[in-house]
Ligand binder design. Structure first.
Ligand SMILES: [Fe+2]
Ligand SMILES: [Fe+2]
Ligand SMILES: [Fe+2]
Length: 434
């Protein structure tokens, strides 16, 4: 898988800082629903402060743990209703634990820590003690999570000593002692209450260090986050990435331009995470209000991308619905103030919309796609040279696209299969087989 065009880009240029990777991932998931990320940030704070009391960690290690703790409930986006935390944290915690574990293991660069998520709700007695590098940290994470939930729910009535009742059965003595210390040394719950914990998180994030290879993987993670909401949008996105990359090659873009286009295409629709699925997948014409809401996905993503990433990448990504004659959105840019990379993504996105399957309409045939593109050219909406380049190599490009999307989606679909195996087995035997 690693050697293919889709997975093995081998990017080397720095377009985003490690800290901004974290912020972008967090804020992208917040578009979907902010609650698991707000909870994750607060758990991350408690967890890091408890680890600080334990001692022996470098700052960059704490930063890694903060990333993991913030994402610890990421699986719930796929497996549960966001409003029903009681269900996924207490009644049936294994669903989101298993999906989160698999997502982190196979999609993100955090695979070595992913098991912490699998065991974050099983209680100290069930956390593996052998062959598990992060056994102790998982015990601590598990208490940090519970402390955040109860502190949030009980308000004034919260007493962190309440967890002592489950000492040795659900929480480890070490973790409980560390929570005591974190309260004494850092007054952690007060910092959660007055929100000042956020400044401290900011300080930890300064130490985040990811390699360029990790960053590229995180950029792909951002795209795969789209699949947490809608499989169709993810398939569209993978298709656009393939078409844009192949067009960049055909049009002899410089390596730097191709890279920027590639990153922009990965994230160009993350704003769609803020749009309700019933609008995205509506098998009918949208009302004017719904169209306005749908269009807002570009503004929403621009808000979280700006100042966090190379500005060329942001401007390519956010111009994917613009048209050369000024009829596009959100800015109504015209060809005079658009770049070739922006024009390539517009065409890749348009072809994707025409060729990807929808439950409510058939996909367009090659002849129909070509006719539509010719009409768009004569109406002055899309770049003629790029569109002609695409039409001239239609079969070659679309065959390659099919191969590459299949590969990416196989990997993504195998997550669902693994989920069914691991969770199904747990349901039957109450044993976790990773
Ligand atoms: Fe949680
Ligand atoms: Fe959880
Ligand atoms: Fe879009």
């Amino acid at each position: 898988m690693q050697g293919s065009a889709f997975f093995g880009k081998g990017k080397t240029v720095e377009y985003i800082s490690s800290k901004n990777i974290f912020l972008l991932l967090r804020d992208t998931l917040k578009l979907l629903d902010r609650r698991p990320m707000d909870h994750g940030s607060r758990v991350g704070y408690l967890f890091c402060k408890m680890l600080e009391c334990k001692g022996g960690y470098e700052q960059y290690e704490l930063a890694d743990f903060l990333m993991l703790a913030t994402l610890h409930d990421i699986g719930a986006y796929k497996t549960d209703k966001m409003g029903d935390r009681l269900q996924y944290e207490f009644k049936e915690p294994m669903k989101h634990s298993v999906y989160g574990f698999l997502f982190l293991k196979y999609i993100t660069p955090l695979s070595s820590m992913a098991r912490m998520i699998l065991y974050h709700r099983v209680g100290v007695e069930n956390i593996p003690k052998e062959n598990f590098e992060y056994s102790k940290e998982t015990e601590i994470l598990s208490l940090a999570e519970a402390a955040e939930i109860y502190h949030n729910a009980l308000g004034e009535g919260f007493d962190h000593e309440m967890f002592r009742r489950q000492e040795g059965t659900y929480y480890s003595t070490e973790a409980l002692n560390l929570l005591d210390k974190a309260v004494d040394r850092f007054d952690v719950f007060k910092h959660l209450e007055d929100e000042s914990y956020q400044n401290e998180l900011d300080g930890i994030l300064e130490y985040m260090i990811y390699t360029n290879e990790d960053k590229e993987k995180f950029m792909k993670t951002l795209m795969f986050c789209i699949g947490l909401r809608s499989d169709i949008t993810l398939i569209d996105n993978v298709t656009s990435v393939c078409i844009a990359s192949l067009l960049a090659k055909k049009l002899n873009l410089t390596p730097a331009s191709s890279e920027k286009l590639y990153y922009a295409t990965l994230i160009h629709d993350i704003g769609m995470l803020s749009i309700p699925t019933n609008i995205i997948e509506a098998p009918r014409k949208l009302s004017p209000t719904e169209i306005a809401l749908m269009r807002a996905h570009v503004d929403r993503e621009e808000r979280i991308l700006l100042n966090r990433m190379d500005s060329d990448i942001v401007s390519i990504a956010t111009a994917h619905h613009e048209r050369n004659d000024g009829s596009g959105y959100p800015r109504g840019l015209t060809s005079a103030n658009m770049t070739r990379e922006q024009n390539i993504l517009q065409i890749a996105d348009l072809v994707t919309a025409l060729t990807c399957e929808r439950s409510y309409r058939k996909t367009f045939t090659k002849n129909e796609v070509v006719d539509i593109l010719k009409k768009e050219i004569s109406d002055g909406k899309i770049n003629q040279r790029i569109a002609e380049c695409f039409m001239n190599s239609y079969d070659e490009i679309m065959t390659e696209v099919q191969m590459q999307t299949k590969e990416a989606l196989n990997m993504y679909n195998s997550l669902t299969e693994k989920y069914q195996t691991v969770y199904g087995d747990f349901e039957k035997n109450r044993v976790i087989h990773e």
